[in-house]
Design a protein around this ligand. Structure first.
Ligand code: FAD
Length: 291
């Protein structure tokens, strides 16, 4: 099979709605730069407490779709939403011609009682499919098991139920060890999950981000990755360079192992996305080799 005949993986980005006017203006510049890279889609996160879904996530997803002409995905969480709020969100997205949703349960907070309309992401997916079957729905998946799951088998079983509820594809939680993803993908195949799975990759480019990650995540940190964080803890330029190289290495491996695509957690940093794009673009888009 020649390169031309071979299906190229997709490249997509995740952004989050900023909470200040200045960062909002910066995000519009970031989006202009991301648009130039011709992504397959850009997804927009939401706050699980749903404080202002309409004016943040949905507005931004609509802007990307209508103004930038890039397919967008609106994240919608279920735990603190009512059915009526979801109905209104679907109407807004329909008006914006944004027909893709990442349907999530969202995290549960000890001090806040969920609405009770949806227990799990699968119930939200069933609800959306019933309200408007024309929406394309993505689901989240957790290659290292969702922290609340009773076991790997139980988590996989629930993921299969989620996909059967109407998921068109899955996007993974971030991970730094590709072997964990490959085992997860194989397990999915074994239980009959046959939708595309997009690995979520987060390039680590600064110390605060690295520290936050180490303190909060349950994600396995490979020796090679920890060594970068330790060695360049007080050398921002080298940490950035090594963090980018690590992410690029992960991406090259994933693409050569036939991943459906790469979903990059950009943290609203176009320069990070741009550096990765420059290093890997021929893996995603065909280009003639000029020597
Ligand atoms: P679910 O699929 O409902 O799973 C949650 C837990 O319930 C799992 O342990 C699962 O095994 C279990 N479960 C599922 N179904 C059943 C059942 N029928 N019976 C018993 N147990 C069951 N959070 C945000 O707040 N905003 C975002 O924008 C956001 N974006 C994300 C994007 C990606 C790609 C990912 C991977 C996560 C994102 N999250 C976001 C985090 C996500 O909301 C949390 O991981 C949350 O804790 C679980 O959401 P879920 O959709 O995976 O839940």
């Amino acid at each position: 099979m020649t390169d031309t005949e071979r299906q190229r993986p997709s490249l997509s980005f995740e952004i989050f709605p900023p909470n200040t006017k200045t960062s909002n203006e910066l995000l519009l510049d970031t989006l202009d730069e991301l648009q130039d890279l011709g992504p397959h889609f850009i997804s927009v996160t939401c706050s699980n407490k749903q404080a202002n879904l309409q004016t943040t996530t949905l507005k931004l997803a609509g802007y990307i779709q209508k103004n930038l002409k890039v397919p967008s995905i609106a994240h919608i969480t279920a735990a603190y939403s009512s059915k009526q709020e979801i109905r209104e969100a679907l109407q807004t997205l329909d008006r914006f011609k944004t027909k893709r949703i990442l349907a999530l349960r969202g995290d549960i907070y000890e001090d806040k009682q969920p609405t009770g309309d949806f227990q799990h992401a699968s119930e939200l997916i069933q609800f959306i499919k019933k309200e408007d079957p024309t929406f394309q729905i993505s689901g989240a998946c957790h290659p290292e098991i969702h922290p609340e799951a009773a076991s790997r088998v139980a988590d996989l079983h629930h993921l299969k139920e989620k996909v059967d509820s109407g998921c068109d594809d899955l996007i993974t939680q971030l991970f730094f060890d590709n072997d964990i993803f490959y085992r997860f993908r194989e397990n999915c195949e074994m239980v009959g999950i046959d939708v595309p799975i997009y690995p979520g990759i987060m390039p680590i480019v600064n110390r605060n981000q690295a520290l936050r990650l180490i303190q909060t995540t349950k994600t396995a940190l490979p020796r090679k990755f920890v060594a970068i964080l330790e060695k360049y803890e007080h050398d921002p330029a080298s940490l950035r360079a090594a963090g980018l190289a690590y992410a690029i290495d992960q991406i090259v491996d994933l693409v050569t192992q036939d991943s459906a695509g790469i979903h990059l957690y950009t943290m609203n940093q176009s320069q990070t996305a741009l550096s990765i794009y420059r290093a890997t673009k021929t893996l995603f888009k065909e280009e003639s080799l000029i020597v």
